[in-house]
Design a binder for this molecule. Structure first.
Ligand code: KIV
Ligand code: ZN
Length: 390
């Protein structure tokens, strides 16, 4: 087992639930929270308690029912928000308040019409309020990805001095390149004198498709927590996908990290979230997409059938995805056809039979997106009939 633990902070029920159409009621949130705990995540961000009475209730019920994971509630750097989050988290065994404020020039000027000093004050004050209510306080520097590094270091030092136990460095707009995000984390690690008193957290958005790469760059440079969602759900193009970072860490032991997530539960969890939120998963999604373990071109199928590792770096069972699939299309080859025929009971065909069948198969395949099992039965039966007559 690798030595450094990466804490998995799941925000499916907060950032993920912000996706239009994905709103959940309390019953649905509780069911997902229980499954997230069973999956092995360390922290469940259950919601944003001040946002609505319904979400307050959901966070409170999740706080009551979750036994092992930390339950977290979001707030702005506003006293009422923080008190409301603390009230919702009261039944939790391990409560965490996640509070913070925008630190980029764009947020400071455009959103708050404030000065850098005022934002620094508001940030530290928020952490102090939260620390008076719970022991575990995470501070987020919203839009840290576009925040000047010197100023970010000042804010982070101040919030840790005020009692923050975790410092979240969000790339809120998904703007950073992996080396830039990694350098930002390394910068904080080197420049902030009290950084060892807090865990650095990565919270990356996927606007440029870089959320997973950025999160991995973050941990390689000193972060020890990743904020992520099932199926990569989240605002706009989404958040870092939990299943992706967990499997990157697992497939690359040389990185020297591990998580507590049970990878065999990744696909069942993905389906549950997709069904509950009524949000389909794109078929080519890594780890949990319907095609993640499907092989359809002749070259790939032939290699895969000889040795699965030629075209698969993960055993699908390891992520609870069942068996790999050999899909038949007009790009498929003879070995795939023979394999699929054998699987449905036509194992007696020899090489010559397959050659003839393959020509007929291609005629069918050219008219269809995918050749299905019933098409194969038809092909095989028609061939057997002619072979018997001949
Ligand atoms: O993307 C972001 O900056 C956030 C914060 C509220 C943590 O979601
Ligand atoms: Zn976010």
């Amino acid at each position: 087992m690798s030595d450094q633990k990466i804490f998995i902070f799941d925000t499916t029920l907060r950032d993920g639930e912000q996706v239009p159409g994905c709103k959940l009621n309390t019953k649905e949130k509780i069911e997902l929270a229980l499954q997230l705990e069973a999956l092995g995540v360390d922290i469940i961000e259950a919601g944003f308690p001040i946002s609505s009475p319904g979400d307050f209730h959901s966070v409170e019920e999740i706080a009551r029912i979750i036994r092992n994971a930390t339950v977290c509630g979001l707030s702005r750097a506003v006293q009422k928000d923080i008190e409301t989050a603390a009230a919702a988290l009261k039944p939790a065994r391990r409560p965490r308040i996640h509070t913070g404020i925008g630190t980029s020039d764009s947020h400071i000027k455009g959103k708050f019409n404030a000065t850098h000093e005022e934002i620094l004050q508001r940030a530290t004050q928020a952490v102090k309020w939260a620390r008076n209510l719970v022991d575990d306080v995470e501070f987020y520097a919203e839009d840290a990805g576009r925040t000047d590094n010197d100023y970010l270091a000042r804010v982070i030092e101040a919030v840790i001095a005020a009692g923050a136990t975790v410092v979240n460095i969000p790339d809120t707009t998904g703007y950073c390149l992996p080396d830039q995000y990694g350098e930002k984390i390394a910068w904080l690690k080197n420049k902030v004198p009290n950084i060892d008193k807090a865990i650095i957290s990565c919270h990356c958005h996927n606007d440029l498709g870089l959320a997973t790469a950025n999160s991995i760059a973050g941990i390689r440079n000193g972060a020890r927590q990743i904020e992520c969602t099932i199926n990569g759900l989240g605002e706009r193009a989404g958040n870092t996908s939990l299943e992706e970072v967990v499997m990157v860490i697992k497939q690359h032991p040389e990185l020297g990290f591990h998580t507590s997530v049970n990878s065999k539960e990744l696909n069942p969890m993905s389906r549950l979230v997709s069904d509950t939120m009524r949000m389909p998963v794109q078929p080519n999604k890594a780890i949990v997409g319907a095609n993640a373990f499907s092989h359809s071109s002749g070259i790939h199928q032939d290699g895969f059938l000889k040795d699965a590792s030629t075209y698969e770096i993960i055993n699908p069972e390891e992520v609870g995805a069942g068996e790999s699939r050999i899909v038949l299309t007009a790009r498929s080859g003879r070995s795939a056809l023979a394999f699929r025929l054998k699987n449905i009971g036509y194992g007696a065909f020899n090489r010559n039979d397959i050659d003839v069948l393959y020509d007929r198969f291609l005629q069918v395949a050219d008219t269809k997106k995918e050749v299905m099992e019933e098409d194969l039965h038809e092909l095989a039966k028609a061939y057997q009939a002619t072979a018997i007559v001949a």
